[in-house]
Design a protein. Structure first.
Length: 172
C-alpha cells in the first residue's frame, strides 16, 4: 500500500514540478513556436530533440526509483523512507535536476528559442541553491552516515564514468 501511495504522490509531483518547470513555463515563454532557423541550425535542432528525450527518460527513471527503491516521492512533503542510491543515482546525485535543465536546453535548441537558455540558467541556479541549502542538510539529518558515504562517493553535478557500488551503505 505504501508503494501505491508513493506512486500516486510521485505522479502528481511529476506533473506539478518538472511538468511545470520543464513543460508549462517553456510553453508559456515561447508558445513552443519554432523560430526561423539559421542555415546551420539543423544539427542543433536534432541535438535539442535528443536532449528533450533524454531528459524526459531520466526524469521518469528517477521518479520510478523514488517509488521502488525509496518507498516515497521526490516531493519534500512526502520524502522517501530509504536513501535512493541505485540506477542513475550511482553516477550522479542529482539526475532529476540535470534532466530538467537538459530538457529546457533541448527545447531551446529544438525550437531555436534562445530565451529558454536564460531560463535554463535560472532553473539551474535555483536548483543548485535548493540542493545546497535545503536538500543536502535534510538528507544529512534524515540518513546520517549513509548519506555522507554516498555524498563522498558520488558527485552532485558531473556524472561518474563508472557506477558507484553502494555496498558500503548498510541497509536496514
Amino acid at each position: 500500500m505504501r508503494r501505491v501511495m508513493a506512486a500516486a504522490g510521485s505522479a502528481a509531483f511529476f506533473v506539478l514540478a518538472p511538468g511545470v518547470v520543464a513543460g508549462l513555463v517553456p510553453w508559456w515563454l515561447t508558445g513552443w513556436q519554432v523560430r526561423q532557423p539559421l542555415p546551420y541550425w539543423a544539427p542543433l535542432r536534432v541535438a535539442g530533440a535528443a536532449l528533450v528525450a533524454a531528459g524526459t527518460s531520466v526524469l521518469v527513471h528517477a521518479f520510478v526509483r523514488f517509488v521502488v527503491e525509496g518507498i516515497g516521492t521526490p516531493a519534500p512533503v512526502a520524502p522517501t523512507e530509504r536513501l535512493v542510491v541505485g540506477g542513475l543515482y550511482r553516477y550522479v546525485r542529482n539526475p532529476m535536476y540535470l534532466a530538467v535543465v537538459a530538457a529546457i536546453i533541448g527545447q531551446a535548441l529544438a525550437l531555436g528559442q534562445p530565451a529558454l537558455l536564460w531560463y535554463a540558467a535560472a532553473v539551474g541556479a535555483a536548483t543548485g541553491a535548493f540542493v545546497r541549502w535545503y536538500e543536502e542538510p535534510t538528507l544529512r539529518r534524515q540518513f546520517g552516515a549513509q548519506y555522507e558515504t554516498y555524498r563522498r562517493a558520488v558527485p552532485a553535478w558531473w556524472p561518474r564514468l563508472r557506477p558507484w557500488e553502494p555496498h558500503e551503505i548498510d541497509r536496514p
